[in-house]
Design a protein around this ligand. Structure first.
Ligand SMILES: C[S@@+](CC[C@H](N)C(=O)[O-])C[C@H]1O[C@@H](n2cnc3c(N)ncnc32)[C@H](O)[C@@H]1O
Length: 315
């Protein structure tokens, strides 16, 4: 029988598994289980253990077959990866993989409310609790709404979009993705590259609904605490907002950081807590993007934990 996971093609799979340098007896975290593509590959690479996280109850339910087949080597946890420190001890993990973003299961199901191509409830939550996109669109003040759409959606016409949303919700609250998409399309001109004018607004709202950048920042700090010396971190991201954060974090942690310029040098100079395994982001080859167009924007960064202590946030 074919299952959704058979149809899902994990992005940069061999690069991620190679980057983790999986060893027998090791403990690995898959922070974004999804269809379990990375988890299955890690479990097959060596006789190791995987602790996998997903915030989406549907991903956890879908992964039970993989748990059953794992002979006790997979522990699947329904939680955000930012909480991994509550489930694992400091310096106890040999590798952590994060494949940030939404899964095709989430995008393709109209009922999840991520897609402007199919009509569905305006939801966009990866988990089943918290504020929905409809809550944000119907209740957020115009200025804050414009900021969300500008900062997280990188939409230049964010003020025009926010103003159109506020005007429309005075008449009638937003309930569906189709509803929102048509209001955005009425005020944002279609670009020459054929990208739907609603794309950026939907991205901004999705990032806000799921606090995706906050999750990533907390996940990076948790990874620094959990990895053993020599442990590997492999992160795949799909847009520049995320990749920039990963790059800056790893650049900061892999340099002999001068820390705060308000502190005297001997106190603030600290040893790097990570070593970059690849200086540049690894991107999919032509072959992969031909087989899986979704991989086109993926960027993988890999770093190895040193034996230096965890760094506190720089001032
Ligand atoms: C791109 S998919 C992962 C696909 C996976 N690598 C595979 O090969 O099947 C991303 C998954 O991560 C989950 N996710 C995203 N952000 C998360 C977070 N902060 N904590 C836990 N899970 C998260 C989503 O619910 C989704 O199922």
């Amino acid at each position: 029988m074919s299952t959704p996971s058979d149809k899902h093609i994990p992005v940069l799979l061999s690069e991620v598994v190679q980057g983790l340098a999986v060893i027998g007896g090791g403990v690995y975290v898959d922070g974004t289980f999804g269809y379990g593509g990375y988890t299955k590959a890690i479990l097959s690479a060596a006789d190791c253990r995987v602790v996998a996280f997903d915030r989406d109850p549907a991903a956890i339910a879908g992964g039970q077959d993989i748990v059953a087949d794992s002979a006790g080597r997979l522990n699947l946890v329904h939680a955000c990866f930012s909480t991994m420190g509550e489930h694992l001890a400091p310096a106890s993990v040999d590798g952590i993989a994060l494949d940030i973003g939404v899964s095709s299961m989430q995008i393709d199901e109209a009922d999840r409310g991520f897609s402007f191509r199919q009509n569905g409830p305006l939801d966009m939550r990866m988990s089943s609790d918290g504020e929905t996109a409809a809550d944000i669109v119907n209740l957020t003040g115009e200025k804050d709404l414009a900021r969300i759409i500008y900062e997280f959606g990188e939409e230049k016409a964010s003020r025009r979009v926010a103003s159109a949303i506020v005007a429309r919700r005075r008449e009638r609250k937003f309930e569906t993705t189709g509803d929102l998409a048509s209001v955005v399309r009425s005020v944002v001109r279609a670009s020459k590259d054929g990208i739907d004018p609603a794309t950026r607004t939907f991205q901004g709202l999705r990032i806000a609904v799921n606090d995706e950048l906050g999750e990533l920042d907390r996940g990076l700090l948790a990874a620094e605490r959990l990895l053993k010396p020599g442990g590997r971190l492999a992160i795949v991201s799909f847009h520049s907002l995320e990749d920039r954060r990963v790059k800056h974090f790893l650049r900061d942690r892999s340099s002999e950081n001068a820390g705060s310029r308000h502190l005297p040098a001997p106190v603030s100079r600290r040893a790097p807590s990570f070593r970059l395994v690849s200086r540049k982001a690894i991107v999919p080859g032509d072959d992969e993007t031909r087989r899986n167009p979704r991989a086109r924007s993926a960027r993988l960064r890999i770093a190895e934990r040193t034996d230096a202590p965890v760094r506190e946030a720089t001032a």
